[in-house]
Write a protein that binds this ligand. Sequence first.
Ligand SMILES: Nc1ncnc2c1ncn2[C@@H]1O[C@H](COP(=O)(O)OP(=O)(O)OP(=O)(O)O)[C@@H](O)[C@H]1O
Ligand SMILES: CC(C)(CO)[C@@H](O)C(=O)[O-]
Ligand code: BAL
Length: 279
Amino acid sequence: MSDLQSLRAAIGSFRDDGLSIALVPTMGALHAGHMALIEEAKRRADRVVASIFVNPRQFAPNEDLDAYPRKEKADAAMLEEAGCALLWLPDVAAMYPAGFATNVSVSGVTDGLDGAARPGHFDGVATVVSKLFNQVRPDVALFGEKDYQQLAVIRRMAIDLDMGLEVLGVPTQREEDGLALSSRNAYLSPEEREAARALPRALGDAARAIAGGGDVAEALAKAVASLEKAGFGPIDYISLNDAETLAPMKTLARPARLLAAARMGRTRLIDNLPIEPSQ
Ligand SMILES: Nc1ncnc2c1ncn2[C@@H]1O[C@H](COP(=O)(O)OP(=O)(O)OP(=O)(O)O)[C@@H](O)[C@H]1O
Ligand SMILES: CC(C)(CO)[C@@H](O)C(=O)[O-]
Ligand code: BAL
């Protein structure tokens, strides 16, 4: 459904029946990564609401808003098949009517990584996710760890603004060769798709080296070299960061996340892995 009045009525009737609600926000072109969020949502709440909205405010003018894949019919069928109770499909004019003038901006966790590489991106994400939370008023909302910084931003926002819901992360779903599932993988040519496996491989090698006590800078430099050799470029970042605050780390002193963003042809791919310090 696409109008807020109908959404509120449907949510109201779930609430009248005493049912809990999970929200899975997406931009559509659904794949098994999204479906893992739906499955986890079903375990966490009585009713699952999915949203599909390609949010113009989180794309910079030079990014792929127009090219972004749109597959509403197939998406709706997949969601119904998976047992999703409601699909929320707002349109741009309803989300951002004339006169819209509010921006939600989270600082700190947005300082580096995609926050630096995509200026304004996380303001767009925080603003639209605030709206989705206010529209659906879920008990729990689920996000993928593939977009690890996004998950950290939304967690921070929900706490800081007393949003009164649980924000849950779901592990990254991968292809057989390790590539993280992503709607943007559809942009890759067969040759680029083959070469793209170097990204999870480079992250895995670096994560193992760092977890085993290896020098962080050396492991990161090696990862950059292997990505360049595979045809990635430019590499926006490959970086070791605190798993919670996302502050950059030079040594493995606390639970960490190894995060990367790099371009394969016209496709920008991101990925990340956890690294735990050994006791
Ligand atoms: N491989 C994956 N595993 C787990 N969650 C995922 C995966 N891919 C996407 N998600 C999650 O699905 C939600 C919706 O993401 P989105 O619709 O942008 O899909 P996407 O595949 O990440 O697309 P994009 O190509 O834009 O990165 C986000 O919370 C995202 O982290
Ligand atoms: C969370 C989200 C739906 C907000 O537009 C988007 O950034 C996404 O799909 O990850
Ligand atoms: N999956 C994150 C949304 C974006 O890249 O715009």
